[in-house]
Design a protein around this ligand. Structure first.
Ligand SMILES: Nc1ncnc2c1ncn2[C@@H]1O[C@H](COP(=O)(O)OP(=O)(O)OP(=O)(O)O)[C@@H](O)[C@H]1O
Ligand SMILES: [Mg+2]
Length: 307
């Protein structure tokens, strides 16, 4: 039996549709007959809550498993079998502490990979929901994954943040993190798009033209619809809430694109220019950088602080 393809859904920015994508893509894979494990990699535990798995004392979660692995070099990992057919490892707010825990671990970037490796034979796909961050913990997630999706929200900072994530991955590669690990990007996913508005159509074009030079952008775009929060209110992925909705069709189409694998590009090939995120922000925004008199830099002063 071959090992599960392990994927992250990530972005340095908050509220870009990562959890919604992890939740609904996982559900689309389950609907297509795959054995899927969802992993909540965020201390906010959003996906865990959506699955009705509120952190409770004594309930195993990703943080308790990692903590024990750090302290005892062996651990038990709790996998919850959800009625939807999804297997799931929940998170807890304790995961907010993982970055400082990792600081004392040798070769700490391999911890999550070590935790998930024994599970890989049981599944076809493992989907990890990332926190809105780029740090030692997300590095762990990248090292545990074969590839991943970067969510792109159609706002200037949303587009810039996708570029920043690419810059960050390129930086990790330069520091040798991917020397023995060929991480790929499956692609950028435009989320929460309102294609009726000119601003979203323009921003989608900027994303496609500028980010599209460095990673594939999925031809499937996720439209903004109240049905996603509605379904989530009831703790359901969109396909179990309304199987005939556009949202269901969109995530099914995304699942097909992901499985086809034609969009995969290796992080080792990334050639992002310096200050890419800054240039994206300029391209995506019409706010001019603050300038002082005569167009010079705006003035600033530094105040001594002694404690
Ligand atoms: N396509 C969509 N249409 C409408 N609402 C959406 C859509 N996708 C996500 N949302 C809503 O937007 C909010 C943020 O989405 P989500 O939680 O998926 O983002 P996130 O990137 O995981 O956020 P965080 O960075 O905090 O983890 C949620 O309330 C969600 O229901
Ligand atoms: Mg989230």
């Amino acid at each position: 039996m071959s090992d599960a393809r392990t994927m992250f859904v990530g972005s340095g920015k908050g509220g870009t549709g990562k959890t919604t994508t992890a939740q609904n893509l996982a559900s689309a894979f389950v609907a297509a007959g795959y054995r899927v494990l969802g992993v909540d990699g965020d201390g906010q535990a959003s996906w865990s809550h959506l699955n009705g798995l509120f952190p409770r004392q004594g309930r195993p979660n990703i943080y308790s498993a990692l903590k024990q692995l750090i302290e005892q070099y062996e651990t038990k990992v709790g996998i919850y079998h959800l009625p939807s057919g999804l297997d799931f490892i929940p998170s807890s707010s304790g995961l907010h502490k993982i970055v400082s825990d990792l600081a004392s671990v040798e070769r700490s970037e391999y911890l999550l990979q070590q935790l998930l490796t024994p599970l890989k034979g049981r599944y076809d796909l493992i989907i990890i929901d990332c926190p809105p961050a780029l740090n030692a913990w997300t590095n762990n997630i990248f090292m545990a994954c074969d590839d991943g999706i970067i969510t792109i929200q159609l706002e200037p900072l949303g587009i810039a943040s996708a570029g920043e994530t690419l810059e960050y991955l390129q930086g990790l590669r330069k520091r040798g993190l991917f020397m023995h690990h060929d991480l790929k990007l499956s692609g950028g996913l435009i989320t929460m798009m309102d294609s009726r508005t000119a601003i979203h159509r323009n921003l989608a074009e900027v994303a496609q033209e500028q980010l599209g030079q460095h990673m594939s952008i999925f031809s499937t775009r996720i439209e903004r619809t109240i049905q996603f929060p509605e379904a989530q209110y009831f703790g359901l992925p969109i396909d179990l809430y309304n199987k005939d909705s556009k949202g269901t069709a969109a995530y099914a189409a995304l699942a097909e694109e992901v499985l086809a694998g034609t969009s995969l590009r290796s992080v080792s090939g990334l050639q992002v220019p310096a200050r890419f995120a800054d240039s994206l922000l300029q391209a995506a925004s019409s706010i001019e950088e603050q300038a002082g008199e005569n167009g010079t830099e705006v003035t600033w002063e530094e105040i001594d602080v002694v404690i």
